[in-house]
Design a protein around this ligand. Structure first.
Ligand SMILES: *Cc1c(COP(=O)(O)O)cnc(C)c1O
Length: 457
């Protein structure tokens, strides 16, 4: 009889070593899952090894397999063993990161890895950084820190303290997590100005400046500018240096949402695409996207540590420490999971060079696929340096076949997974991102063969 932990080891190794699971996307229905869960009435105890086997089977059957080399989806990476082990160690020691004194080792490890990232971003001197549950939370922190910095009275009196209505600018392709933040901070959805895109799918500088000037004339207060470094749909990087200039000209807090592409600061070859990020007042980067850690592992950086204290510090008599620099007093979270260990272990195990090489290889694969697509008569819509392709075909544009049909059929067959995204006059186009650590040229060849069958009828 195996112990639950040795069983777990087998499960992890067999999932990681297997010939890739089929189908990529789960075919099991919610009804079938509910039926399978029915016997778990939490009355009769189940032996842990048996339970482990059962739950693992459920998860394997009812899950999208992102490590699969045919997964060309959104930014969900194959995790590495280092990340899995880190998660297990965190569960074992369960460090509470709310205060330094409860978990000095965990806090020191997080600081060590955040400093490393900050150094590669180009931050120096006084800055604040922390791990978050993901990019969404980091974006949330960015906006709250910006408000606290710009309007200190806001933290006590809320929006009632503001003489003028603040306005926040973002590209129309920016992440929708910002919609949630403005909806729920008392600013309101209409506070977010979604600036049209230029031909290259970047934020239109012309429309941005025009909107800022309109808002000033209307008596609003342009407050925050968000640059997206790697839009979710197209992997487009906004012109950060020009945005920095506009932010200076109009005195805007400049936040860079680099949830996916921010990891490129670790690559000498790719980092120049992010030039200007070092000037940002605040930055979001997810480790659980391009750095192969399990979810959720976001990071937040800002040059304004006092703004973070203004935004988040509160008196709490029951806490063991009342220092304004304690994690609970400088962030949205209170009890904090030791999120940073997985990034620490991933970086330490592989080393920066290997990680950079992997990212560069994924970019190469996207270029490889781009050439193949063009050679077969497909139309490439976007121009992303970070391994994302948007494409369509004359057969799609003429209505002979739809991208939704292609997407669904491919998903049903189970060998590949890709998504669709609407882009301006093209309607819904296909989107393929190279995100699996296991994708090679041969998988792209196979995907191309399948896609070509749809349009060469
Ligand atoms: C994924 C993503 C987010 C949201 O991050 P989560 O980790 O999913 O919360 C925000 N912005 C961009 C550009 C993203 O790609």
């Amino acid at each position: 009889m195996q112990t639950p932990l040795s069983l777990l080891q087998d499960i992890i190794e067999s999932y990681q070593n297997q010939i890739f699971p089929h189908p990529i996307a789960p075919h099991i229905t919610t009804k079938q899952l509910e039926k399978q869960l029915h016997p778990y009435d939490f009355q009769k105890p189940i032996e842990l090894a048996t339970l482990t086997t059962q739950v693992s089977k459920l998860l394997k059957e009812g899950n999208l397999h992102v490590p699969h080399p045919g997964y060309f989806g959104l930014y969900n990476p194959a995790t590495t063993q280092a990340s899995i082990i880190a998660d297990a160690l965190v569960a074992l020691y369960n460090p509470q990161l709310a205060v330094q004194s409860h978990s000095p080792a965990a806090n020191a490890i997080e600081k060590h890895v955040l400093d490393f990232m900050a150094q590669h971003i180009g931050y120096s001197g006084d800055y604040y950084s922390c791990f978050t549950s993901g990019g969404s939370e980091a974006n949330h922190m960015g906006l709250l820190a910006a408000l606290a910095h710009r309007y200190p009275a806001y933290v006590e009196e809320g929006v009632w303290a503001l003489e003028k209505r603040p306005v926040v600018y973002i590209s129309a392709a920016g992440h929708n997590s910002f919609d949630k933040v403005v909806k729920n901070t008392g600013l309101g959805s209409n506070t977010l100005r979604k600036i049209p895109l230029d031909k290259s799918l970047k934020i239109s500088l012309f429309h941005l400046e025009e909107q800022i000037q309109k808002d000033i004339l209307a008596g609003y207060h342009p407050a925050v500018l968000i640059g997206t470094a790697g839009t979710t749909g197209s992997g487009t990087i906004d012109p950060l240096p020009q945005l920095v200039k506009l932010a200076e000209k109009y005195d805007l807090w400049f936040h860079v949402d680099a949830a996916w592409a921010g990891a490129a600061v670790l690559s000498e070859k790719l980092k120049s695409y992010l030039n200007g990020i070092e000037q940002a007042d605040s930055i979001t980067i997810d480790a659980h996207k391009w750095l192969s850690t399990s979810m959720g592992a976001g990071m937040f950086f800002t040059k304004h540590s006092t703004a973070v204290q203004t935004a988040f510090n509160i008196p709490a008599a029951y806490m063991p420490s009342h220092l304004q620099t304690e994690p609970y007093a400088t962030s949205l979270q209170w009890s904090r999971r030791f999120i940073g260990l997985k990034l620490f272990m991933v970086l330490a195990e592989k080393g920066q060079n290997a990680i950079a090489t992997q990212m560069e290889y994924q970019c190469h694969l996207a270029e490889y696929m781009k050439e193949k697509l063009m050679a077969s008569g497909w139309l490439i819509i976007n121009d992303s340096p970070v391994a994302v392709l948007n494409f369509t075909h004359s057969s799609i544009l003429s209505g002979s076949i739809s991208t939704d049909k292609i997407q669904k059929q491919v998903e049903q067959e189970g060998n590949f997974w890709l998504s669709t995204i609407p882009i301006a006059e093209y309607g819904k186009v296909l989107r393929a991102g190279v995100t699996s650590l296991h994708t090679r040229e041969e998988h792209i060849d196979q995907l191309m063969d399948r896609l070509n069958q749809f349009v060469n009828l």
